[in-house]
Design a protein around this ligand. Sequence first.
Ligand SMILES: [Zn+2]
Length: 74
Amino acid sequence: MSNQSTGYCPDPGCWTAVARALDRVGLPHPGDFTERFVFRRCPSCGERNIVRDDDFTCAPCDSALPTQWNVTSG
Ligand SMILES: [Zn+2]
């Protein structure tokens, strides 16, 4: 189970909401995402990035990415 959703790009911190939803419908879950993806939208070029190895740099334009999750849908 992972948070990889290229449409919604959720922050790994949303696990608690996922766990609550799974608990409510009685589905077993691993206790956390088994794979975590950190998504950020570049404030300069607007491109969505997947942050790897804590490198908060936009791949297309080399701008610094924010440390806080900022990917909104649309
Ligand atoms: Zn950029």
